[in-house]
Ligand binder design. Structure first.
Ligand code: PLP
Length: 384
């Protein structure tokens, strides 16, 4: 029976009394709209998706080939330890195999780390806005989320430090941060680490690190320490172009990797993903090309925004925040033109759109559609 004070959905759910109150309060993650769904809804042939920060170059060709080669072995369970992939990753990063844990996307690494280090009564400090999965996983664990507002769209490491107290078991930081694309640099990061009590865990999400250009970018791997609870999460979903396969990994002290191996389900990463990731890791040129295409696309978007008098946030990632009037209505209207971008209201930034740096052709579609939409809504002076 719905009451006046409770939200409708949980109260109407006949199983609401069976589940933990923690779960009742959770909100589902909202992914970018799939291309096929928009094509069906609007009867469109061509849809450009710039909402999920996918790689416009596609997967590395060697990864597609490796995937095909998996066919005859699909009846076999995967290698539950992912030995070959972990060995390659250990070599790639100059760490021991015991410092590597594989995940079903790096989202699973984030979740495992939170399950490991957070429990009711403990607090977790995050920057706000940042990736919603951070808060979602902490809430699912019954932990308290402490949000520290960004400063000039960037993570405020001093503010994060100030929010840490005796109850804090973990700090979660994205570098670059999603949805702003900003980074913190080596000096402030090192000062932060030096000042943070060593018992507090640090989960460093480096999903977009391959795109960061600043020479002062602090690569998390360099700060691994067998006696400090610092974990680095990396993914094959973005610069490596394998989002569909759900494969990512964590680099962490042996002690933490040991516990994560106890927590994780036995076959959390599948054979196809492991094989494609091994091939992708060997194709360094693909990452270089992805980075270069991204750099050009970012510059193109900046020039477009500058020419049109639109504010943007300079990005070290593969997406750019663009401020447009009535952003929600504009994002909706862009769908009619077959262009999917992310309205960042769910991140607490309702005046902005997050636009993935697509190929030149995709960005041109976005620009043309945005001009048309702003003109049609009377939000544009000239029309073109
Ligand atoms: C895309 C993304 C990831 C990676 O997610 P996967 O589960 O590896 O696909 C992690 N963190 C952030 C902030 C992201 O935007």
């Amino acid at each position: 029976m719905p009451t006046e004070t409770s939200p409708a959905a949980p109260a109407e759910n006949p199983f609401a009394a069976l589940v933990s109150p923690t779960v009742l309060d959770l909100k589902s993650y909202v992914p970018g709209k799939p291309i096929e769904e928009l094509q069906r809804e609007k009867g469109l042939d061509r849809v450009v998706k710039l909402a999920s920060n996918e790689n416009p170059l596609g997967p590395p060709p060697a990864a597609s080939a490796a995937l095909t080669a998996c066919g005859p072995q699909l009846h076999r369970y995967p290698d539950g330890y992912g030995f070959e992939l972990k060995t390659l990753l250990a070599r790639h990063w100059s760490v021991a195999v015991e410092n590597v844990v594989l995940g079903n996307g790096s989202s699973e690494i984030l979740e495992m780390a939170v399950r490991l280090l957070v429990r009711p009564g403990r607090s977790v400090v995050v920057a706000s806005p940042s990736f919603s999965i951070y808060e979602l996983t902490v809430q699912a664990q019954g932990g308290e989320v402490r949000r520290v507002p960004l400063h000039d769209h960037a993570v405020d490491l001093d503010g994060i430090l100030a929010a840490v107290d005796d109850s804090t078991s973990l700090v979660i930081l994205g570098n670059p941060n999603n949805p702003t694309g900003t980074v913190f640099r080596r000096r402030p990061w090192e000062a932060f680490l030096a000042a943070l009590p060593r018992r507090v865990g640090v989960l460093l999400d480096e999903a977009y690190a391959e795109y960061a250009d600043t020479p002062e970018f602090p690569v998390g791997r360099e700060y691994l320490d067998e006696t400090r609870p610092l974990l680095v999460a990396r993914t094959f979903s973005k610069a490596y172009g394998l989002a569909a396969l759900r494969i990512g990994y964590g680099l962490a002290p042996r002690g933490l990797v040991d516990y994560m191996n106890r927590l994780r389900l036995p076959f959390n990463t599948n054979s196809a993903a492991q094989a494609a990731a091994r091939a992708a890791l060997g194709d360094h040129d693909h990452v270089v090309r992805s980075r270069e295409l991204n750099r050009q696309g970012r510059e193109r978007l900046y020039r477009f925004c500058a020419a049109r008098g639109l504010e943007w946030v300079p990005s070290e990632a593969n997406f750019v925040l663009v401020r447009v009037p009535r952003a929600g209505a504009v994002a909706e209207a862009l769908l009619d033109h077959g262009v999917i971008v992310r309205w960042t209201a769910s991140f607490g930034m309702p005046e902005w759109l997050r636009v993935t740096v697509g190929s030149a052709v995709e960005l041109e579609c976005f620009e043309t559609a945005l001009i048309a939409v702003l003109a049609a809504q009377g939000l544009w002076r000239g029309g073109d």
